[in-house]
Design a protein around this ligand. Structure first.
Ligand code: PAF
Length: 524
C-alpha cells in the first residue's frame, strides 16, 4: 500500500531487516500507535543521535492486549497504521514494526512467560487501579527488545511509572540496552499529549486542562511548605470541582514511587482522573534544589576533562574540589609555611577568601584574596605538596564545609576524591569514574610523551599508579572510596564522547528532563 518506510509485519520480517543493518546502530521507539507530537519528538531524537554513526530508527506499533484490563479500552484504542507510517517516516524512522498479536504471543496471551516487576513498583499510583498493567508492559517490552536488539530504547517521561518500571526491568535482567527518556510534550493549554486525548469531546478537552493546572497549583503549595495531606485534599477538591473524577492523587519519591511526607530529593506529584469515560494521567516533579553530580575516582581516570564537558552539557557549574586544595597549597607555599605541619597550616584557613567562577569555556577560575591564581595552582611545586596539605583534618573540614556551602543551592558537577562520600552524600547522581591500572599507565605514558618528558617503562608506571591507588584508598583522612550508590564507569577503551554519553545516561537515569532540562538532547 505504498508506505513511506519499511513496514515489518512479522517476527521474520523484523529479523531479516535487523540482519541487514550494521551492528550497534539501531534505536527503538516502542508505541501503541496513534502517534502524536510526543512520539514524534522521540523518533526525531533517536534519528538525531549520531554519536555512534548514522542510526537506524525502528518504531513499533502494537496495541498490547496484555497491558489492558478487562474493562479497559483495548478494543477502542485508536488504530491508524497508514497515518502512523507517514508520521514516523517524516520524523526520521526507517522502519515500522506492526506485528499481529500472534507474532508477539505465538502461544497466545496466556502462554507467554511474564516479566513481573517488583510489587513495590506495581502496587502504587496507576498499578493500584490497573492490576497487571505493568506486568503486561514489562513483558511486551522485554519481548520487543529481544526481537529488535536495539542499542538505545526511547521512552517518554509522560508515563513516569512505566519508565521507572522499565528501567528496573532492564537493570535487573541485564538487558543490553540503554534507555533514553524525554520530557512530556504539552499542548499550549498545558495538557500533556497522549493518544487517549483523541477520545475527548471538545468540552471534555477543556475540562481536562484543569488536571495540569491543579497539579501546578498543588506544586506551588508544596513549595510553600504546606502539609502534604492539605495539598492533596485541595488537589482532589479542585479536580472534582472541574468535573474530573480523581482515581488517585499522590506525592511520592520519584524513584521508589513510595509516598513521602514532604518533597525531598526528586519528588513526584501525580494524579489519575476520569474525564467522562477517558482515563488521564499527569504529574510534575518537585526538587528542593538544583541537582548535584558527584564524580569520584582514582587519579588518572580522566575525570577533569569529562567533568567539565558534562557540566557544560547539563548546564551545571563545574566544581573542581581538587583545585581548591591546590589553591590552599599555593597559599601555604606563598606564606613560607611547612606544608607537613598542620599547626602551621591551620591559621591560614581562617582568612582564606577563595572565589570560584567559570570562564566562557567552562574552565574554572580561582581567585584567592583577590588574586587570580588559576594558572599558578598547576605549577609542579604546588603538585608536589598538595597531597600533604589536603591530608590535614583541619584542611579537609574547612574546605568540605566551603564546598557544601557552594552546593547548598545545587546546580553542580563536583569532581574530587571524596565528593560522593563526604562532601555531597545526597548528590542526585554519583559516579565512580575509573580505569584499569594498565589503561591509566598507557594514558599517562601518552600524556608525558606529548609533553616532551622521558617516559618510564609501562610496567614501572603501572607500579607507581597501583601504589598511589593503595595509598589513596588506605589513607586515614578522606580515603578514596566508592559510594554505595555510585554508578561505576570503567573507561578502558572509551573515547571522551563515549564516556560523556555514559555520564549523561547515568544522570538522566536519576534526574528527568522534566526536572532539569539542561541542554538536553544527544549531541546538544
Ligand atoms: O507507552 C506505551 O505506548 C506502551 O506502554 C509501550 C511501552 C509501547 C508498551 O506497549
Amino acid at each position: 500500500m505504498g508506505f513511506p518506510l519499511d513496514v515489518l509485519r512479522t517476527e521474520r520480517d523484523l529479523a531479516d531487516w535487523r540482519a541487514s543493518l550494521p551492528p550497534d546502530i539501531l534505536h527503538f521507539v516502542p508505541t501503541m500507535g496513534a502517534l502524536h507530537a510526543g512520539h514524534l519528538q522521540l523518533i526525531q531524537r533517536a534519528a538525531a543521535d549520531r554519536w555512534w554513526g548514522e542510526p537506524r530508527v525502528l518504531v513499533s506499533v502494537f496495541v498490547n492486549p496484555l497491558q489492558f484490563g478487562v474493562h479497559e479500552d483495548f478494543d477502542r484504542y485508536p488504530r491508524r497504521l497508514e497515518e502512523d507510517a507517514s508520521l514516523a517516516a517524516a520524523a526520521g524512522a526507517q522502519a515500522l514494526f506492526a506485528p499481529a498479536v500472534s507474532d508477539i504471543y505465538p502461544r497466545g496471551v496466556a502462554g507467554i512467560t511474564h516479566v513481573v516487576p517488583p510489587a513495590s513498583l506495581q502496587t502504587t499510583l496507576c498499578g493500584l487501579g490497573r492490576p497487571g498493567h505493568f506486568e503486561g508492559v514489562a513483558t511486551v517490552v522485554a519481548r520487543l527488545l529481544a526481537m529488535a536488539r536495539p542499542r538505545r530504547l526511547f521512552l517518554g517521561e509522560k508515563d513516569w511509572q512505566q519508565l521507572v518500571v522499565l528501567r528496573q526491568v532492564v537493570r535487573d535482567l541485564g538487558l543490553p540496552v540503554v534507555i533514553e527518556a524525554m520530557a512530556s510534550v504539552r499542548r499550549p493549554d498545558g495538557l500533556a499529549l497522549s493518544s487517549r486525548l483523541a477520545y475527548l469531546q471538545p468540552e471534555e478537552l477543556r475540562r481536562a486542562t484543569a488536571l495540569p493546572a491543579a497539579l501546578n497549583q498543588a506544586a506551588t503549595s508544596a513549595r510553600q511548605g504546606l502539609p502534604v495531606e492539605f495539598l492533596l485534599a485541595t488537589l482532589r477538591t479542585s479536580l472534582d470541582h472541574h468535573g474530573l473524577l480523581p482515581e488517585y492523587v499522590a506525592l511520592v519519591d520519584g524513584h521508589t514511587l513510595q509516598p513521602v511526607e514532604r518533597p525531598q530529593g526528586l519528588t513526584l506529584l501525580a494524579a489519575a482522573v476520569h474525564c467522562g469515560s477517558t482515563r488521564l494521567i499527569d504529574h510534575l516533579f518537585l526538587m528542593s534544589r538544583a541537582p548535584i553530580v558527584a564524580i569520584d575516582g582514582p587519579a588518572g581516570a580522566g575525570k577533569s576533562t569529562v567533568t567539565r564537558a558534562l557540566a557544560r552539557r547539563l548546564n551545571l557549574t563545574y566544581l573542581d574540589t581538587g583545585a581548591m586544595y591546590r589553591a590552599l597549597a599555593w597559599w601555604v607555599l606563598r606564606q613560607g609555611v611547612n606544608p607537613e605541619d598542620p599547626t602551621a597550616v591551620e591559621p591560614l584557613l581562617a582568612d582564606l577568601a577563595l572565589e570560584l567562577s567559570q570562564d566562557q569555556e567552562g574552565l574554572l577560575r580561582l581567585r584567592l584574596n583577590g588574586q587570580d591564581i588559576s594558572t599558578a595552582i598547576r605549577a609542579p611545586e604546588v603538585t608536589a605538596v598538595v597531597s600533604a596539605v589536603a591530608a590535614h583534618p583541619c584542611v579537609r573540614n574547612t574546605l568540605t564545609a566551603q564546598q557544601r556551602r557552594l552546593g547548598e543551592r545545587g546546580g553542580l558537577v563536583a569532581e574530587g576524591r571524596d565528593t560522593g562520600t563526604a562532601v555531597f552524600p545526597d548528590a542526585e547522581c554519583k559516579i565512580f569514574l575509573t580505569a584499569t591500572v594498565a589503561e591509566r599507565a598507557r594514558r599517562r605514558a601518552l600524556d608525558l610523551r606529548r609533553q616532551g618528558f622521558a617516559v618510564s617503562e609501562l610496567a614501572e608506571l603501572e607500579r607507581q599508579i597501583a601504589e598511589r591507588d593503595r595509598r589513596d584508598s588506605t589513607r586515614s583522612v578522606a580515603p578514596l572510596r566508592q559510594a554505595a550508590d555510585a554508578v561505576v564507569l570503567v573507561t578502558d577503551g572509551m573515547g571522551i564522547e563515549a564516556v560523556l554519553e555514559a555520564l549523561v545516561d547515568a544522570f538522566r537515569a536519576r534526574v528527568p528532563e522534566e526536572a532539569w532540562p539542561g541542554l538536553s538532547g544527544a549531541g546538544a
